[in-house]
Ligand binder design. Structure first.
Ligand code: 3HC
Length: 694
């Protein structure tokens, strides 16, 4: 039985050290001995003060998420029992914080009388990111230390706060550069014999609150919540800290926590938490595989994609050699990059100094020979196999041995590109999503000869530059774009059959997507899809007709919608309605009223169906990888957990029945249920999300 809790003495100070790797989560097997150790320290007359510290890489990083909705979560002592014990502790208690005091970890620390932290430590209440609110007094105690408006920011954003800032906010009492244990023990010793003021009993920061400011901040939280319940409940709970007494606020916080933890949104968000970590585990790329060192990255192409990719690496601390065909294109690309950084400065999210440092990390060139010093070279040139092969041919002559050669293709065959070089083991797809400096998703495309250490390097780099990586196999469009293609024809057909762009877009936004497909198409530019369709010999009568009229979307002021001068707000255009009706008539389609339900089924279920095919073919390793792709790259609402998790919530059986229905009606391949989907339905099974989530 491991020693989850150790107690040592330094004179009159007892040091209780928790050791529950990897992140010291508050599992029941830790809570039990901690409760006993605290009671013992409380009752031992020789102990005059207590320090709670943690072994390993971090302070307690939260409740144990794997216990949620299991009997262990309810087993006594609960985290709330521990906090209550600390609240009434008759001797000074000090939390010694290193790493991340998150969630239940911070709540434990807030229940101590004092908090001492190392400079590199972070505190935070990230529960909202799991679709929850802090459930062990965080919403009632934090406002008592830092005031309700600041507390609301921390609770509703879930974002971490660095130790120095936490000290300024009154949450941390001392920040040390030196040895944490020594500092915490000295701090505790200094408090022996002084009057004790538990956080729960303090009221100065919650008295005379500017309620107008708090209401405004709460309203902003609700506005940004976009259908998620947790942020709204977070705001409600922080408000309770002002309007209710401590015990009542605590009780209500608990009720809200239980409501949320049992709800689908939180289950979906917890699924995504573990799914993201699972996605980093790749077959054949174990811990023994060492990543190649990458000190400099080369990016070919300084257009929108190349520029964004280059910025991602520079933002992650890796200098970039940026190559373009000619000086003009290079200067244009660099000017856009500089403008992007200037916007960050004007918004206050970056200092001028940081901007200058980042710009200095770009080495512009028009000479391929300058790529010789790069450890990874990624091309973001025109999406055409001949062009890609030409670039890889040039790279082969200049890249140093062992350099990784990457393509940012969104559709093309990475194996074919790799086979055109003499070093296919070094070739990998790195599919960034636009705008590449913002979007989190990175599809790492594993060719059939890609070396394991190339994948290990890509995974490590992705983490370093703050991306969420998913390793996928080679097929047209990989995971994301392939699934997207499966539904894009449906949007157009629904228009033809009787829906209009605004109705379809509303069904999407009601579901939780940030935008509907037509507003999105107008934003991205309809000419992109038009060009792609032409290249593939495909047509979309309505979208094609719009493009033929020069209606490319927002950039031309007209697309599926019309845009008033200087406005990005889509407005229904009677011209488009007429065009849709005429196109339908010409095709002999009798338009009819289309229900919102039909729109949902016919746009979402083909997506799920294609996801199942992708799993059958082994293009994605797990259903949860697909969910990570869609929530991080395509705006699938996180409260619904991604398409495959959503399929489970609807019931795979129901989805197969509805696909059969639409297949029978339309005969279209996109509705023909994948064999895997049928198999799961027959077994009354599910994609079984993540085994870890309760
Ligand atoms: N419970 C259970 N397992 C957890 C966990 C938690 N709170 N936090 C992390 N883990 C697991 C991860 O799943 C992962 O497992 P694996 O190795 O099997 O994949 C392992 O610990 C390491 O995690 P990371 O890969 O994320 O490690 P990092 O070093 O990159 O990050 C971290 C560490 C910043 C602590 C990050 O793990 C994290 O943000 N964790 C979640 C923190 C959180 O949300 N806390 C609130 C929990 S809810 C709560 O406290 C409710 C309370 O109010 C009652």
């Amino acid at each position: 039985m491991p020693d989850y809790v150790k107690v040592m003495r330094d004179g009159e100070v007892a040091i209780i050290t928790l050791d529950n790797p990897p992140v010291n989560a508050m599992s029941h097997h830790l809570r039990e001995p901690l409760f006993a150790a605290l009671k013992q320290a409380r009752d031992d007359d020789a102990v005059k003060a207590v320090v709670i510290a943690c072994a390993g890489r971090t302070f307690v990083s939260g409740a144990d998420i794997t216990e949620f909705n299991t009997p262990k979560a309810l087993a006594e002592p609960s985290l709330r029992d521990l906090c209550a014990l600390l609240d009434a502790f008759p001797k000074p208690t000090v939390a010694a914080i290193h790493g991340t005091a998150f969630g239940g970890g911070l709540e434990l620390a807030l229940s101590c009388h004092y908090r001492v932290a190392v400079k590199s430590a972070q505190i935070g209440l990230p529960e909202v990111k799991l679709g929850l609110l802090p459930g062990a007094g965080g919403t009632a105690r934090l406002p008592r230390l830092t005031g309700p408006v600041e507390a609301l920011k921390i609770v509703s954003s879930g974002n971490p706060v660095a130790a120095d800032k936490a000290a300024k906010l009154g949450i941390v009492d001392e920040v040390t550069d030196g040895d944490l244990a020594e500092a915490a023990i000295a701090f505790a010793r200094g408090k022996i014999g002084t009057p004790l003021a538990p956080v729960s009993g303090r009221s100065d920061r919650i008295a005379d609150v500017d309620m107008a400011a708090f209401d405004a901040a709460s309203a902003e939280v609700a506005r940004k919540a976009r259908g998620l319940d947790a942020p709204v409940k977070c705001a409600e709970a922080v408000r309770n800290a002002i309007t209710m007494d401590f015990d009542a606020a605590l009780k209500r916080e608990r009720e809200l926590f239980i409501e949320l933890v049992q709800g689908t949104q939180s289950k979906a968000q917890r699924h995504l938490f573990f799914a993201q970590r699972e996605a980093a585990k790749v077959e054949g790329v174990g811990k023994e595989i060492e990543a190649r060192p990458v000190k400099r990255v080369g990016v070919i192409g300084a257009g929108t994609m190349g520029g964004g990719i280059a910025m991602s690496f520079v933002n992650g601390g890796i200098p970039v050699t940026l190559l373009e065909m000619n000086r003009e294109a290079l200067d244009r690309g660099l000017a856009t990059i500089a403008k992007n950084y200037e916007i960050s400065v004007s918004r206050g999210s970056m200092t001028t100094e940081a901007k200058d440092q980042r710009l200095a990390a770009f080495k512009p060139t028009t000479d391929y020979a300058d790529l010789a010093e790069c450890d990874l070279i990624i091309e973001a040139v025109y999406e055409e196999m001949g062009v890609k092969k030409e670039v890889f041919g040039k790279l082969e002559t200049v890249a140093k041995p062992g350099a990784i050669l990457a393509t940012n293709t969104s559709y093309l065959d990475v194996n074919e590109i790799a086979a055109s070089t003499a070093r296919p083991r070094d070739v990998v797809g790195l599919h960034f999503f636009s705008p590449a400096n913002v979007m989190k998703l990175l599809e790492i495309v594993r060719g059939n000869r890609t070396a394991p250490d190339v994948l290990a390097t890509a995974l490590a780099l992705a983490r370093k530059i703050g991306k969420v990586p998913v390793v996928v196999g080679v097929c047209h469009g990989f995971v994301g774009n392939r699934m997207l293609s499966s539904r894009s024809a449906e949007n157009e057909d629904l228009l033809m059959e009787g829906a209009d762009p605004a109705q379809i877009d509303k069904v999407f936004t009601d579901f939780g997507w940030p935008m509907g497909p037509f507003a999105m198409g107008d934003l991205a530019g309809l000419d992109i899809g038009w060009r792609n369709r032409k290249a593939l010999g495909k047509t979309a009568p309505i979208a094609d007709a719009l493009c033929e009229q020069g209606r490319f979307g927002q950039k031309t002021g007209k697309g599926f919608y019309i845009y008033e001068e200087g406005s990005r707000a889509p407005k229904t255009d009677p011209e488009v309605s007429k065009l849709i009706e005429e196109t339908a008539r010409a095709k002999g389609v009798n338009r009819r009223a289309i229900s919102d339900e039909e729109i949902t089924e016919r746009t979402l279920y083909p997506l799920i169906n294609e996801g199942a095919r992708i799993l059958e073919e082994g293009i994605a390793a797990r259903a949860s990888d697909i969910d990570i792709v869609w929530t991080n790259g395509y705006g699938f609402p996180i409260g619904k957990g991604g398409p495959m998790f959503y399929a489970d919530t609807v019931g795979v059986k129901t989805i197969v029945e509805r696909l059969d229905h639409w297949h029978g009606k339309t005969g279209k391949e996109v509705y023909k249920p994948a064999a895997l989907l049928r198999k799961i339905a027959e077994a009354d099974g599910s994609f079984s999300a993540s085994k870890k989530t309760g």
